[in-house]
Design a protein around this ligand. Sequence first.
Ligand SMILES: [Zn+2]
Length: 457
Amino acid sequence: MRAILALALAVLGLLSFAGPVQAEAPPVLLRHVNVVPMDRERVLPDRSVLVVDGRIAAIGRRIEAPAGARVIDGRGRYLMPGLADMHVHSASALDMQVLLANGVTTVLNMGGASSAFVDQVVPAINGSRRPGPHIYLALRVDGTPRYGQLVVATPAQARAVVDLAKTNGYDFIKVYNDLAPEVFAAFVEEGRRLGVPVVGHGVTSVGVAGQLAAGQLMIAHLEEYLYTFFFPPDADVGTRAPEESQIAEAVAATRRAGAFVTADLGTYATIARQWGRPEATAAYRRDPQWALLDPAWRLAWRRSGYETREGSLEDRLRFLGRFARALQEAGVPLIAGTDTPTIPGLYPGASLRNDLHALREAGFTPFEALATATRNAGAFIARAHPGTTCFGTVAVGCRADLILLAGNPLEDLRALETPEGVMIGGVWRDAAALRALLDEVAAAYRAIVAGPTPAAD
Ligand SMILES: [Zn+2]
């Protein structure tokens, strides 16, 4: 019986128009909702949005509910694309639940995921058989074992690794600091041939300028420019900030290359806030979200060592804010990515809101900040993998990855804090269902972690 059902579902999946869908999910009609489409800065008041098979089927003033449709009244509320965190190291089914409950409907895992996650959890979530955001994967490679990554020492190995990455479902190669120049070049060339683009860090032996010229699609942290562009590679400059007069050249090189950049200002600000400050890291452990953090990461946060560092990153943070603003003004597409949960304080989901607030502080409008986590992320995947179902805007034909908010996020980003509903894979989850996802995570961790409660910690 089970086999017959599975076969029937497989046939349905083949026949269906959409990509990742839940074959049984009924159509959903959201009515009387203010749509924030994120194609440009505007609100479409009092619209209906019909979702069929996980895609947006229609947007209009009056749409009849199809037979069997679930109808949701969105009166007075705002419907926008789900959020994308395009730099996470979360790699567990439970972390994915936390992200989804926070309105994150797309993530790019940038390295360190286990085979079990890649081979089993990702297909289940991307196939809507488990709750979680749509997951893209990058395979992280380096030239030496210094940072504990997969070592790739020759161009021939690089070509084989791209082939293997593709076979195993990876969407990107993430390059790391210590690759040799000829190995980096082989990754770019083979990645282009097989459709697995190169993204990632500054490679010390090549430099961000050379990587951009070679066609690296995305620079994974704004601060990478500090290490191989603004200062000579391996220069000992402490925590000094570059001259602001150098920004124009970096912006021009990035723009010329047509590359995307992850600004990750919120991440850098979070590091700056705990640099040499034990009281900051202690505060993270008193956050109610501590109960939702994977115990392995709780241990890692306790051992991070940022609290004992010397000096201050404040000058660099200010510099990176101005750099981000200059990239934005030049039309370089910035995408949001937070590195959650590798750095203390970067709770999955909350770290993305933190990043958007940091962009606001750097002079971005709410629309510009939100674009990094919606439309720009969609444009990035569209460029990397042409033909993928669109996401990141509320538009007919795109993935119906949607969040319903009580307030207008274009006026105040704090509206993102408590989504009233999230739609992904054709499935609608209201606030109670989202809460249940979080409760399940907290209960799972409580069951295995003994000892004092976080508050007494
Ligand atoms: Zn990372």
